[in-house]
Design a binder for this molecule. Structure first.
Ligand SMILES: CC(C)(COP(=O)(O)OP(=O)(O)OC[C@H]1O[C@@H](n2cnc3c(N)ncnc32)[C@H](O)[C@@H]1OP(=O)(O)O)[C@@H](O)C(=O)NCCC(=O)NCCS
Length: 183
């Protein structure tokens, strides 16, 4: 996924929640993960209107180009196995705990390997910490997309940021979580 292009910095980015005016720009978005393009073009705005998820579009200010997007929604982790035991030892006996889910996260093919993915994870962590001051929120969750090519397998990407595997699953995604207050 690496190329020699320069890293993108957060001050070069403009972040906007998706709205009607973005319809034509989202049709230019390209990714090797076709399902993530289809979601952006067909469902992201509709889902947001129905308050089922919120999509943040990332534009490169200088060119007004759509570089990436991240979609978030609320979630809960049901505590099982080791994780249940871990929280029991801390006196937390609930069956589930609240989370913010990264529903979709995608960088356009042209901008891969220039740190936008990293910046979007940081953005999500800041968002989660902010929300946690208003309502209870303990985890970030995601269903990481598997890819037979290890350079495209997003599980490795999420592990870099401290995400752990929640449970094994044989389908094309792997549920992962990050504890917001784990030292
Ligand atoms: C995963 C994805 C978001 C990463 O975005 P990116 O901007 O290219 O990532 P960054 O440049 O911030 O890379 C950060 C680190 O993760 C690594 N990395 C990037 N993409 C990776 C991937 N798909 N698999 C494994 N590692 C990856 C990079 O090599 C880099 O490592 P380093 O810090 O050791 O140099 C991007 O590849 C993508 O959009 N893929 C298609 C959609 C997808 O799989 N989304 C995630 C699941 S929904």
């Amino acid at each position: 996924m690496k190329n020699n292009k320069e890293k993108i910095k957060i001050n070069e980015i403009e972040i906007e929640q998706i709205n009607e005016s973005h319809k034509s720009v989202i049709s230019t978005f390209k990714s090797y993960e076709k399902e993530l393009v289809d979601f952006l073009v067909e469902d992201a705005l509709d889902n947001q209107k129905k308050q089922m998820s919120t999509t943040y579009l990332w534009f490169l200010k200088s060119k007004r180009e759509l570089v990436a997007y991240v979609t978030v929604l609320s979630d809960a982790i049901s505590l099982q196995g080791e994780l249940k035991e871990h929280f029991r030892q801390q006196g937390i006996l609930y069956k589930s705990l609240p989370a913010l889910k990264i529903g979709r996260l995608c960088v356009s093919d042209e901008y891969l390997g220039r740190s936008t993915g990293t910046l979007m994870i940081e953005f999500t962590m800041v968002l989660a910490q902010r929300i946690s001051k208003e309502i209870g929120l303990r985890f970030i969750t995601t269903d990481a997309k598997r890819n037979p090519d290890p350079r495209k397998d997003s599980v490795h990407f999420y592990k870099k940021f401290g995400f752990e595997i929640l449970r094994q699953r044989e389908k094309g995604t792997l549920p992962m979580y990050k504890d917001l207050i784990k030292e």
